[in-house]
Design a protein around this ligand. Structure first.
Ligand SMILES: [Zn+2]
Length: 258
């Protein structure tokens, strides 16, 4: 694993404030402790924004964010910019496209890693998920338990969860990138920058607006939907859970086998 600058910065901050578990503090408290001005107001097209001033830094959070977990992750992400990047920028703006940066590299990725480690420390995450069967409900339970967005919970699960999964991030009917759990290799069909597969749950959303919820979240698909196969394994049963963010027209598809 490459050195995770974001996670190291989050651990440093935790040590500095003597924080042992994520329930012990609110992100707001940390933001105030850093003497950052925090405002909530309607901002079109952005979840959050940070402006580095000479005297004071200001973080703005969009008051229209519907989910408290997403709001909290955004706030932690902006705080990450402050801890990691305040010497390099004047301002940074973030929308759900920040999702694009769960992939690798750059300041957005580092801020995401920071927020991930701050809200879902690896020890607590492993303790919470150990021995639990993988399911869409587990991902929702994680996001509720750690009070973070379902998307960030899902990426955390991919990194250190027990059950191997694939993630396909799609926006505007295109596959932007995919990621797999360590040591879980399947040959992905040649779809990057192209449309999601016709028989995928992601495509069902883009074509018809279909969103499966609750007990129907895990939809049965075939291995050949997302992966290259040969005659003997193309009908193997796989599952897909499409996490939809309507405002940004994105789908994060989680794919796994039992
Ligand atoms: Zn950012």
């Amino acid at each position: 694993m490459p050195i995770n600058k974001g996670a190291i910065a989050a651990q440093k901050l935790r040590n500095e404030f003597g924080i042992e578990n994520p329930d012990d503090f609110s992100i707001e408290e940390l933001v105030h402790a850093r003497d950052i001005i925090l405002e909530e107001k309607k901002i079109s097209n952005f979840d959050g924004r940070i402006v580095f001033g000479k005297a004071k830094t200001k973080i703005s959070i969009n008051s229209e964010i519907k989910y408290s977990g997403r709001r909290r992750f955004t706030l932690a992400h902006e705080l990450g910019h402050f801890e990691l990047h305040h010497n390099m920028n004047t301002h940074l703006e973030d929308n759900a496209l920040t999702l694009d940066y769960f992939k690798n590299g750059g300041q957005e990725y580092e801020a995401n890693q920071f927020a991930t480690e701050l809200l879902m420390p690896s020890d607590s995450f492993i303790a919470y998920t150990q021995g639990k069967l993988f399911s869409p409900k587990l991902l929702r339970d994680i996001s509720e338990h750690f009070q973070t967005s379902i998307t960030s919970a899902t990426f955390r699960y991919l990194e250190i969860g027990q059950h191997p999964i694939f993630l396909f991030h799609c926006r505007d009917k295109k596959v932007i990138y995919w990621k797999n759990s360590d040591n879980y290799y399947r040959k992905v069909r040649d779809i990057t920058k192209l449309q999601p597969p016709e028989d995928s749950v992601a495509m069902e959303f883009f074509n018809n607006g279909t969103i499966y919820i609750k007990d129907e979240s895990a939809q049965e698909i075939e291995k050949s939907t997302w992966f290259d196969t040969s005659a003997y394994d193309s009908n193997d049963v796989y599952f897909e859970y499409a996490i939809v963010t309507k405002d940004y027209n994105t789908v994060l598809s989680v794919v796994w086998e039992k």
